[in-house]
Design a protein around this ligand. Structure first.
Ligand SMILES: [Ca+2]
Ligand SMILES: [Ca+2]
Length: 254
């Protein structure tokens, strides 16, 4: 390789590493906030996912590329029933007519700015995935179990972000999401899916992506999606809130 082409290669790899971190796991513009009781449902509109298959691709043995999904976050101040709805949209003409949305919820968050953002290609992510038994992985994302991923700042596996699986919902049926065991479809492939989950207080990530397993042939163009979060305190937590409100009232009267 002559000097000019090595320079070209160096600048090309610099350009790659300088790619904006929006391609990595980021919650910017996708934070539902903290729920402490009584909030109205929150909708985050006009989001996109890349390709129609990202979620389904994470149901198989070689995992999936997290760049094909979008990450959302929320926090619960106490135990609650959480309903997540994902709905395909035209999003300014981006709808290609083939987004069957699916999502998974995990306890835990990716690294947040100003820390470096997590991605599948970070050296610590790659060495972690290589350490797992079984087939080589095509990415770090796992749709129906726990998974881990790190940033370019990570040096040991302890630096990885941990996503502890809490549940999922998928649009359609095995006709679109394939035959991996344990997938809960809504049996109506209509671009709409919803699911409810009892979750303890804590910080959560939602990864939303396409549920069309064989959709890789239709490319990675963006598909539009709206995501809604509705939080209802679990009865035990709700009665605790009422109880403490009652105690405050009694104290005030006294
Ligand atoms: Ca896969
Ligand atoms: Ca549906």
């Amino acid at each position: 390789m002559n000097q000019i082409s090595s320079l070209l290669v160096i600048s090309a790899s610099l350009a790659l590493s300088a790619l904006p971190s929006i391609a990595h796991v980021s919650y910017t513009g996708r934070n539902f906030g903290t729920f402490s009781g009584g909030e109205s449902p929150v909708i985050i509109s006009n989001q996109t996912v890349s390709g129609s298959y990202g979620w389904a691709d994470g149901t198989d043995a070689d995992f999936g590329d997290s760049h094909r999904l979008r990450a959302f976050r929320f926090s619960l101040s106490y135990d609650a029933s959480v309903t997540v709805t994902a709905s395909a949209t035209s999003n300014g003409g981006l709808l290609l007519g083939d987004l069957l949305p699916a999502f998974s919820i995990y306890s835990g968050l990716a690294h947040l700015p100003p820390a470096a953002l997590d991605h599948d290609g970070a050296p610590i992510s790659v060495s972690y995935l290589a350490s797992l038994p079984g087939v080589p992985r095509e990415g770090a994302f796992v749709a129906t179990a726990d998974w881990k991923m790190g940033s370019d700042s990570g040096t040991t596996f302890a630096d990885l972000s941990s996503f502890t699986y809490r549940g999922h919902a998928a649009d359609g049926s095995s006709a679109n999401y394939g035959n991996a065991p344990g997938i809960l479809g809504d049996n109506l492939a209509d671009g709409f899916v919803t699911g409810s989950f009892f979750l303890p207080a804590g910080d959560y990530s939602i990864f939303v992506g396409g549920a069309f397993y064989d959709g890789q042939s239709s490319g990675t163009a963006n598909r539009g999606v709206n995501v809604t979060l509705s939080v209802v305190p679990e009865p035990a937590a709700a009665s605790l809130v009422l109880l403490s409100a009652g105690l405050i009232l009694r104290r005030r009267r006294a």
